[in-house]
Design a protein around this ligand. Structure first.
Ligand code: AMP
Length: 203
């Protein structure tokens, strides 16, 4: 299988060409149609398996240009390092698409991030605590979220973010697509998936 077998578009093919990627990884091949079809998905995948592109390829393919200032895609990850890494991957993939990507995380100046948010964002990558702090300060509106991604869900719960994740999920519209990716599926991750995903497909 090659990326040509997935129904992508020219900007995505050009970005993949620049990266020198020709073959989807197994998680990418399996996720594409399910995510593109709008279903909730539980993806079991370790870091290094290409799981960021597994959710970003279908998301970017289906995200129309918009003047909406509020984010339409929210990706939660447990650490600042992961925010930086995921933003970097999205920037590589969206090189030929007019999308605004922003990462927010704790331990740095919140006012700078609030200002960046006010410039308008399509895809927001965030750690849960900082996202809630920004929300408390009225710097962020989650009413327009269409897709919520919980990346590294097992790590996120190990780090004690369960209540924050649930709170954030409730701040998003109830009609949305939820994608949960985790390297392992301990009981608490299964329970989270069972309560916030609707008839998910597992890949
Ligand atoms: P991830 O599992 O998302 O952290 O990705 C691990 C690394 O694999 C990243 O550096 C990606 O840029 C790279 N990668 C993602 N998809 C592919 C692919 N289809 N072929 C080769 N490398 C890839």
């Amino acid at each position: 299988m090659t990326f040509q077998d997935l129904n992508l578009n020219t900007p995505l093919y050009n970005a993949l060409d620049d990266l020198g990627f020709t073959t989807p990884t197994p998680i990418q091949a399996e996720s594409f149609n399910v995510v593109a079809g709008g279903k909730d998905v539980v993806g079991i995948a370790q870091t290094g398996t290409g799981k960021t592109f597994a959710y970003m390829l279908p998301i970017l393919k289906n995200l129309p240009f918009s003047k909406q200032e509020n984010p339409r895609v929210l990706i939660l990850v447990p650490t600042r390092e992961l925010v930086v890494q995921v933003v970097n991957e999205i920037e590589k993939l969206s090189k030929y698409i007019n999308t605004r990507v922003l990462g927010v995380y704790g331990g740095t100046n919140i006012n700078t991030q609030a200002k960046d948010l006010s410039n308008g964002v399509d895809i927001l990558v965030a750690t849960p605590g900082r996202l809630l702090d920004l929300h408390k300060q009225d710097c962020i509106n989650l009413d327009y979220i269409e897709t919520l991604v919980l990346d590294e869900a097992d790590l996120m719960l190990d780090m004690g973010f369960i209540d924050d994740v649930r709170k954030i999920e409730r701040l998003c519209p109830s009609e949305k697509q939820v994608l949960l990716f985790s390297a392992t599926m301990p009981a608490k991750v299964v329970q989270l998936a069972n309560t916030i995903l609707k008839e998910p497909e597992t890949v």
